[in-house]
Design a protein around this ligand. Structure first.
Ligand code: PHB
Length: 396
């Protein structure tokens, strides 16, 4: 075979590969259809299933408040259950972009899956809104002009936690979590704030996500007898951890603190075992504002259930998208104007007003809360207008 023919063959093979995955194309240009195509990539099964549902509910509530339209255009919805499975992240996001030709991806919950979405978002340029997953890279070293987060970075809630503990005289901590990006990065925030305030982490414990065999680790904690146990867990696993902690006889002996996800969406399932748990989070059920009260009432009426932080994040994702779409009158292909509107948006959220950092992550207050009678009650502000460092982010 001549070398020029080989070159043609190998080039066309590359193009076919690019077309089938879409990953090598810098941007997918498509006609502005009549309807806005929204792709939801969320967990609808597994330990984070309820989180996915709450995010979708919140998002739809915000959009329904606009008559179900975005920038005056009708919406067509596409949904993928990502199962919180990182190994399918790229494939699932690619389906939404290539097969469903979505204008925007909204996803997801799990940090590992987010990295798959993020690869597709960076390779294709498709607008992507992150309604939960806090993985640092998405708004630090791998930040991107087309990717906006409406939730938090994994270390944001725990950065507000360390000083609170030391101020209460809780100076020796055991940390426990699922060993994956969300737990490890929540630990980073905790370690930084706790050691700076003078606390000592006497032991780090972990188990693989989404494992819930806590027994041996709880026995180890009982033997160590720290001043305090601090953790990151969420969803179904968090409910089980809270119940197992009480059943192991640790409740009332060693106070349990955590990143606030521990007590979000699980208070019915956990029951009295959750009473007294103190956490830091960018939302609290009991925030005494007209905005929060109206949101909670509307959500409860619509879905016959109580909203949690995930519902708020979904709702705020809707608010951000609405502000962007209105600024370009529904023409999401006007990217410069769309991104500018989203970058400068002030989101009037049930959590309180927040703005976007340069790296596209919320600048927000972090509340100190305690669980009382199946509610996360606010007991103070642990950090005002907390911004993630955005370390290594260069837009462009
Ligand atoms: C994450 O994987 O980033 C994650 C999952 C659930 C949470 C918070 C963070 O509640």
């Amino acid at each position: 075979m001549s070398s020029s023919r080989r070159l043609v063959l190998s080039r066309s093979a590359t193009l076919i590969a690019a077309a089938s995955t879409g990953l090598l194309l810098p941007e997918i240009v498509r006609a502005q259809g009549a309807k806005v195509r929204i792709g939801l990539m969320l967990p609808y099964t597994g330990t984070f299933a309820q989180l996915g549902v709450a995010i979708e509910n919140g998002l739809r509530l915000a959009i329904d408040e606009q008559g179900g339209k975005l920038g005056g255009r009708e919406i067509e919805w596409f949904k993928v259950d990502d199962e919180s499975d990182p190994s399918k992240g790229v494939e699932n996001a690619t389906k939404l972009v290539q097969r469903d030709k979505v204008d925007v991806i909204i996803g997801t919950v799990h940090s590992g899956v987010q990295m798959g979405i993020h690869k597709v978002a960076r390779d294709t340029g498709v607008l992507t809104l992150i309604p939960n997953a806090g993985v640092h890279a998405a708004t630090r070293a791998l930040c991107a002009p087309n990717v906006f987060r409406t939730s938090f970075t994994n270390s944001q809630p725990t950065l507000a936690l360390g000083k609170v503990l030391v101020d209460k005289g809780l100076k020796k901590a055991v940390w426990i979590t699922w060993k994956y990006a969300a737990g490890d990065e929540a630990f980073e925030g905790f370690k930084e704030s706790y050691t700076k305030a003078g606390g000592t982490i006497v032991k780090e414990l972990g188990l693989p996500f989404p494992n819930v065999e806590f027994q041996a680790l709880l026995t180890e904690i009982a033997a160590i007898k720290p001043d305090v146990v601090v953790c990151f867990f969420a969803g179904g696993g968090a409910a089980k951890f809270i119940k197992d902690y009480a059943a192991a006889g640790l409740k009332g002996k060693i106070p349990l603190y955590g990143s606030g996800f521990l007590t979000e969406g699980v208070l019915d399932a956990a029951g009295p075992a959750a009473d007294g748990i103190v956490t830091t989070m960018h939302y609290s059920d009991s925030l005494d504002t007209a905005r929060n009260k109206k949101f909670r009432l509307d959500y409860a009426k619509t879905y016959k259930s109580q909203p949690d932080v995930y519902a708020v994040q979904g709702y705020d994702t809707g608010l951000l998208l609405i502000q962007g779409a209105n600024a370009v009158k529904g023409d999401l292909s006007s990217k410069a104007a769309l991104y500018k509107a989203m970058e400068t948006a002030v989101i009037d959220s049930p959590r309180g007003k927040w703005t976007m950092s340069k790296a596209h992550n919320p600048v927000q207050d972090i509340y100190l809360r305690v669980v009382e009678n199946k509610e996360n009650k606010v007991i103070g502000v642990a950090a005002k207008a907390l911004s993630d460092s955005g370390a290594g982010c260069k837009m462009g």
